[in-house]
Design a protein around this ligand. Structure first.
Ligand SMILES: Nc1ncnc2c1ncn2[C@@H]1O[C@H](COP(=O)(O)OP(=O)(O)OP(=O)(O)O)[C@@H](O)[C@H]1O
Ligand SMILES: [Mg+2]
Length: 237
């Protein structure tokens, strides 16, 4: 579903992502970890087509993301680390707008939006301008906007920052259920306990280079540490 071939991104002389080869399959909940400035966000922006590789290639559903952008985008979602929303719209208006972009059948739209707003406890705020929302409420709207077209791949950069425990649990369950239903989730996070809990495979990068990839058990073997992901991560990075 997601494939990178020698994926490389340079900013001037800085190599942010260095010859990265990844292959993430259908139904995987894939954790993408690394210290600050490791190249996670850059990789994610390359995967979503927002950045052009310096060298190498990203294939999503087998399509080159740089060439078949529209084909890919209709089945993919990106939840960025810093959400940008149209602040002068209400949540309901914004979600209607996103639904129209994805050409969701108008009859279903309102019901779908209401269902999501209810699920994320946003119903009482649905007619208030987004500029009045708290950080967590912004994040919830971004997450709904990413789910509304029922994408096959969800790429998410630091999903839980600023979410309260109840919402964190909701999002965790959405990711777990989505992956059970054959959706692919590519998630970068610093919350190692989260990665440990929900990810099938985990990839660790540092300085743009792939350091380790595999299940927790495989990472334990590679690092020689039979313990928590935190210890393994600290040793490997
Ligand atoms: N637009 C840019 N121009 C120049 N350098 C950049 C740019 N974007 C990222 N970088 C550099 O690329 C490297 C990787 O940054 P990136 O944002 O991908 O890291 P990250 O792993 O997401 O870090 P964090 O955990 O802090 O979010 C850093 O050294 C950063 O300074
Ligand atoms: Mg980042």
């Amino acid at each position: 579903m997601i494939e990178t071939l020698n994926l490389t991104k340079k900013f001037g002389t800085k190599i942010a992502v260095n010859k990265l080869n990844l292959d993430v399959g259908k139904g995987e909940l894939f954790g993408f970890l690394g210290p600050n400035a490791a190249g996670k966000t850059t990789t994610i922006k390359l995967l979503t087509g927002l950045l052009k590789p310096t060298e190498g290639l990203v294939k999503i559903f087998g399509y080159d993301i740089q060439k078949d952008y529209i084909k890919v985008k209709s089945r993919l979602s990106y939840i960025p680390d810093v959400p940008y929303l149209y602040e002068k719209l209400t949540a309901r208006e914004f979600l209607r707008f996103v639904s129209e972009i994805y050409l969701i059948d108008g009859k279903d739209t309102e019901k779908k939006i209401e269902g999501f707003l209810e699920f994320f406890s946003l119903r009482e705020y649905e007619n208030i301008l987004i500029e009045e929302y708290s950080h967590g409420m912004h994040q919830k709207v971004v997450i709904i906007a990413a789910l509304i077209h029922n994408p096959d791949i969800i790429i998410v950069d630091e999903p839980m920052v600023g979410l309260d425990p109840k919402t964190t649990k909701l999002v965790k369950d959405i990711f777990k259920n989505s992956s059970k239903n054959g959706k692919t989730i590519f998630m970068s996070t610093h919350t190692l306990s989260l990665a440990e809990e929900i990810c099938g495979r985990i990839c660790i990068i540092d300085n743009g280079n792939l350091i380790a990839i595999g299940t927790l058990e495989e990472l334990r073997k590679k690092s020689g540490i039979d313990g928590r992901l935190e210890e393994i991560f600290l040793k490997l990075t």
